[in-house]
Ligand binder design. Sequence first.
Ligand code: UD1
Ligand code: UDP
Length: 362
Amino acid sequence: MTKRFKIAHIVGARPQFVKMALVIDAASGFKHIRSIIVHTGQHYDAGMSDVFFRDLRIPEPNYNLGVGSGSVVTQIAGMMSRLEKVLTKEAPDLIFVYGDTNSTLAGMLAAIRLNIPLAHVEAGLRSFNRAMPEETNRVMTDRVSDLLFCPTGTAVKNLRKEGVVKGVHLTGDVMLDMLAKYVPAARKSRVLKRLGLKRRGYYLATVHRAANTDDVKRLRSLLTIFGRLDKKVIFPVHPRTKKAMAKAGMVPSMNVVVIKPVPYIDMLALETNAAAILTDSGGVQKEAAFFCVPCVTLRGETEWVETVRSGWNVVAGVSEARIRRALARFTKHRPRTRTYAKTGGSAKKMLKIALRFLEAKG
Ligand code: UD1
Ligand code: UDP
């Protein structure tokens, strides 16, 4: 008779709610798996957290550690000490961490120190830019994970080059499976009407990377560029960016429509209907390429090289000339690629592998 196993999912930031939603949903179909959700509290504004749990029908977290913002070290230390208590009490058989945030890192450290096996969802991604906090979070997590769920073949190759082969599985991308599931709901969204937008009549922009927000000159320059584009720019502003803009007294031009972070389904609707997307988000790049909407990445590199290969994503950094060239290129030449990645079954695959792993351990 198969034993019942407890899997603890540690999340804390917006993209992790999106990634976890499908895994939690799929887990409800496995009678030998019991899921518990531990929310570190890294993201806590209703529009950055609650709305995702509600709209994506994720059960309420079993624990919210309420760590909140602070210096990086204080934040990670706070997560770890609270995780220690919860994980000691719950004694899960396996921990799932997602992506590359500080919640991923704290979850990984707690798992390792408490001797709990670890599974990393979205393993093997590399920007090869060690100045990015997310890059070190990923590299460290991948070194010690028992199960590494890679979304792409490139991720598997990256791990192989680092000598990481044990426990590596190409499972597909939960974020893209999530997207495919919510496309019908996005078609019904009224967000365009609410904002008075026409299909392809606007650009969509998001900016939240430390490299773009913590450097006032860079952020100001991005806003200036947005203000000079030939279409309205819809700009759902991440709280980090909002604070940086307020601190520096930045007021974007009339062309830039500053709005609060939007719920996932509205975001998908804004993405599918945009003339182009300008972003430094990892998730938004993939979503743009998947929808075949031109994407200009406001960073010097990307982990999602397949999106670039598909032709739908151009890495342009923050130079106005490069951003304009990228937009002009899309106007002249539409890429032919239709689906840059296959979708379907990623969460189920991960859970089957996890169950096999747990059964083998006994
Ligand atoms: C984090 C992740 C990043 C991910 C992003 C998704 C790390 C190192 N970075 O960045 O990889 O792409 O989430 O959105 O973990 N804030 C609020 N309310 C909130 C959340 C944040 O006001 O609900 C403000 C606080 O001032 C905080 C700042 O935003 O200091 C940054 O938040 P934090 O969670 O540290 O990092 P993100 O920039 O969100
Ligand atoms: N997203 C959203 N509303 C927003 C901005 C982003 O629902 O206002 C979604 C987006 O569609 C994607 C995820 O959040 O699914 C990406 O998160 P984010 O850009 O914060 O983080 P990253 O992917 O860069 O780590």
